[in-house]
Design a protein around this ligand. Structure first.
Ligand SMILES: Cc1cc2nc3c(=O)[nH]c(=O)nc-3n(C[C@H](O)[C@H](O)[C@H](O)COP(=O)(O)OP(=O)(O)OC[C@H]3O[C@@H](n4cnc5c(N)ncnc54)[C@H](O)[C@@H]3O)c2cc1C
Length: 380
């Protein structure tokens, strides 16, 4: 993990937090000379002066892993795979899944449709007070470089996003990730801006030798990001209807835990209602919205992310008068206004701040107000 200056002091804080957390969990975290990192060849102006070597940190080729899961699923005798369909409450109880390849009825249904979860639930029951799931669109690129890299090289998490990373793939190519753009509904393809950002950052901050690398593939996905930024997992207030979504940037890592907790709960001899036990208990789909910050704190945190984004884009203020401070004050004022326009009881997590301050602000406020009203009606 490299610490360079193509961001803000947020990187310093995250870099220190990595060492603290590694120490807390007894994992290795050793200072290493950036120049000795295999593959790492940034432009001089963007080079890191500090880096951590994290010997216990693993990495996988996500596509190879997904193919393995597909094969395991296909081998299960009692799993039926269908194209997308509609889900309705079946007359007399249970749920009906109507698909182009047949209709299926079951006493219980788990909706795990990622960033597409909310419209499915709304079509089933518009009064269901499940925390809405939005999208954090993400783009990445796989390139074929001159030689395979032995390990991941990455920055800490950065403004509104997961930071810059290069992940070696099973076939010797290199995955460069990732952009993040909050959206009210999933988006279908990478934007030119996301690709430009990614290639500029990766080539200048990680390896300028990749300038001649072939583009093997662009990736585009929609991370399921809930209204309060936390997972939405477990039974709903509707008998037999479960949800598993809202994992945002951690769904792959968290999937073994989520799968085992859900399987245990669904297969328990006595049908479960209420909330799951254990580490997922706090994330019940019909819970109150979780606020990690007060409105003021959240707006200040979002202003910090905003300033970091400007630094990442290499924005430099004029050095006349008090421009740097004027920009800082302007970011703070913009966030305070955007956060003040949200309905009482809703504090957007920093990841959703761009939706609050862009022209999507009124739609986000409306979505939050409708959810809060639905929740209040259901819990009256
Ligand atoms: C660029 C990028 C990088 C990421 N990096 C990481 C990482 O390093 N580590 C990590 O842990 N996570 C990472 N994530 C996040 C991770 O991908 C998500 O958290 C995870 O995929 C969420 O899993 P899910 O099953 O809830 O949703 P999804 O994986 O989105 O799956 C939802 C599925 O539902 C299907 N669907 C939609 N509508 C319907 C319908 N009507 N009927 C039936 N099916 C439907 C969709 O086609 C889709 O297959 C990343 C995401 C992106 C975009």
């Amino acid at each position: 993990m490299v610490l360079n200056t193509v961001s803000s002091a947020m990187d310093d804080t995250a870099f220190s937090a990595v060492a603290r957390t590694a120490a807390e969990y007894g994992l290795g975290c050793e200072a290493t000379a950036p120049a000795e990192i295999p593959g790492y060849r940034p432009l001089d102006n963007d080079r890191a002066l500090r880096a951590w070597y994290l010997p216990a940190e693993g990495f996988i080729d996500a596509r190879a892993w997904l193919a393995t899961l597909e094969a395991a699923l296909a081998a299960l005798p009692n799993a039926i795979r269908t194209p997308a369909g509609t889900l309705t409450a079946a007359p007399g109880g249970g749920y009906l899944l109507d698909t182009p390849t047949g209709a299926f009825r079951a006493p219980r249904a788990v909706v795990a449709a990622g960033a597409w979860t909310t419209p499915l639930l709304e079509a089933l029951d518009p009064d269901l007070p499940v925390v809405p799931v939005l999208a954090a669109a993400g783009t990445a690129v796989t390139v074929a470089g001159p030689e395979p890299w032995p390990r991941v090289v990455r920055t800490p998490n950065r403004a509104y996003a997961c930071g810059l990373h290069a992940v070696p793939q099973a076939d010797g190519t290199l995955y460069l990730g990732a952009s993040a753009q909050a959206a009210l509904t999933p988006t279908a393809r990478p934007t030119a801006g996301a690709l430009r950002f990614l290639l500029d950052a990766a080539l200048s901050q990680l390896d300028h030798g990749l300038a001649g690398a072939g583009i093997v593939r662009t990736h585009h996905g929609n991370r399921p990001l809930s209204l309060d930024g936390h997972p939405v997992i477990g039974p709903t207030v509707r008998e037999g209807l479960w949800v598993a979504s809202g994992t945002h940037r951690e769904g792959l890592h968290a999937s073994p835990l989520i799968a085992s907790v859900l399987a245990d709960a669904l297969l328990a001899p006595a049908p479960m209602t209420g909330t799951l036990s254990g580490p997922l208990a706090a994330f019940a789909p019909c819970r109150e919205l979780i606020a990690d910050h007060t409105l003021k704190e959240a707006a200040a945190e979002a202003a910090t992310h905003h300033a970091a984004l400007a630094a990442e884009a290499r924005m430099r203020p004029p050095l006349t008068g008090a421009w740097p401070q004027a920009l800082t004050d302007a970011y703070a004022a913009r966030m305070e206004n955007a956060y003040a326009a949200m309905p009482d009881g809703y504090v957007p997590p920093p990841d959703l701040a761009p939706l609050a301050y862009e022209n999507t602000g009124p739609a986000l406020a409306e979505l939050a107000a409708a959810h809060l009203a639905r929740h209040a009606r259901a819990h009256r």
